[in-house]
Design a protein around this ligand. Structure first.
Ligand code: GAR
Length: 207
């Protein structure tokens, strides 16, 4: 049997995408395992989920600069990932820009999920940005991570309607349900070697 892909998830908060990924991996035909959770906040809800699921977790001090990560923390996360044989890093609500060694070494092997249809509404509060702008359709995007903010090649997008009566909460909930489907699908395709990157374009081959 081929080796299963080992996935590390980086998160900062609630951890519902971490949970969706880790749970998807429990299915017998899913070719990957989430083996590591790395958080930058000791209060992150994701830690409790990791404990319940038996996934090892570490709190990494990423520095005091909000939205950014220190050189040391990039090195430390890279070290933990390489020591643990990680083949794919998934950012799931990780609220810092990844840079340094971690970004270089995991180029093409690091994904992020964003709660809007990129390239619209990059950065923070993608759902609120979409509501405020008045778009009629929004959604989520799984993309590879590059050195920009939410700029890497797009792997999967899922759309949801924006309803007249939507609040930020109701729209976020509808998008989140799509996130929980799209992220495992992208990881599965990656683990099965069905993803090819051609510059900005990503092709997913059939199973
Ligand atoms: C998700 O909606 C994710 O798309 C978003 O944070 C939330 C994390 O939720 N990420 C970003 O906004 C990144 N720019 P979770 O902790 O329950 O997975």
């Amino acid at each position: 049997m081929a080796d299963r892909l080992k996935v590390a998830v980086l998160a900062s908060g609630r951890g519902s995408n971490f949970q969706a990924l880790a749970s998807a991996c429990l299915a017998p035909d899913f070719p990957a395992d989430v083996t590591l959770l790395l958080v930058d906040d000791p209060d992150a809800g994701a830690i409790g989920i990791a404990d319940t699921l038996g996934v090892r977790s570490y709190v990494i001090d990423c520095g005091r600069s909000k939205g950014s990560m220190s050189k040391e923390s990039s090195e430390e996360i890279y070290r933990l990932c390489s020591e643990n044989g990680i083949g794919l890093v998934c950012l799931a609500g990780f609220m810092r820009i990844v840079k340094g060694r971690l970004l270089e070494e995991f180029s093409g092997r690091m994904m992020n999920i964003h709660p809007a249809l990129l390239p619209s509404f990059k950065g923070l509060d993608g759902q609120k940005q979409a509501l405020d702008y008045g778009v009629k359709v929004s959604g989520c995007t799984v993309h590879f991570v590059d050195k920009g903010i939410d700029t890497g090649p797009i792997i999967i997008q899922r759309s949801v309607p924006v309803l007249q009566e939507d609040t930020e909460e109701s729209l976020s909930a509808r998008i989140l349900a799509m996130e929980h489907e799209a992220y495992p699908e992208a990881v599965k395709a990656f683990a099965e070697g069905r993803i090819e990157i051609f510059g900005r374009r990503v092709e997913i081959h059939d199973e």
